[in-house]
Ligand binder design. Structure first.
Ligand SMILES: Nc1ncnc2c1ncn2[C@@H]1O[C@H](COP(=O)(O)OP(=O)(O)OP(=O)(O)O)[C@@H](O)[C@H]1O
Ligand SMILES: [Mg+2]
Length: 137
């Protein structure tokens, strides 16, 4: 099964929509609740990162009996030092983003901790791509 979501940069009122829709889908499919929780936490952080740091993005989810695979791709500034961005506490969040309660620099570490496979790639000045896989068995 394949699902797609669009994420608008800057619009915090809709941040979390895709992850909560995916949560409902996974619940209806009777996916293990621990796997649902991990997947939804990871997708939520990735979704908020598109809202906070990029202009717009797409989320593509592929579900098979073996795994949940999610690709989040955005148009935005990209990430120049991915190793630094993966570190706890590192954040370039703007004052506006911090006012919204984000910017602790915990999003990417949280994604890593809640996924079985996780990869980030980026073209600076253009795009960022995250690939997340959680196994179902
Ligand atoms: N999609 C993205 N596009 C561009 N830069 C990004 C993107 N996602 C993350 N980053 C960069 O990586 C840094 C770390 O991201 P991370 O999610 O860990 O923290 P944060 O978003 O700053 O704060 P938090 O997630 O705790 O609210 C960001 O501050 C930003 O510099
Ligand atoms: Mg974040």
């Amino acid at each position: 099964m394949h699902y797609e979501f669009f994420v608008e940069g800057g619009d915090f009122s809709k941040a979390g929509t895709a992850s909560s829709e995916l949560k409902n889908v996974l619940k209806q499919l009777n996916v293990d609740s621990g796997i649902i929780r991990r997947t939804v936490v990871a997708l939520y952080e990735a979704e908020v990162n598109v809202v906070a740091h990029a202009y717009e993005g797409t989320i593509k989810v592929d579900l098979s009996p073996e795994e949940i695979k999610i690709v989040i791709e955005d148009k935005g500034p990209g990430i120049s030092d991915i190793n630094l961005a993966m570190q706890e506490g590192y954040s370039t969040a703007s004052a506006k983003v911090r006012e919204m309660g984000f910017g602790a620099g915990m999003g990417i570490p949280n994604i890593k901790n809640n996924t079985d496979k996780f990869n980030i790639s980026s073209v600076v000045g253009e795009s960022t791509r995250l690939e997340i896989i959680n196994y179902l068995q």
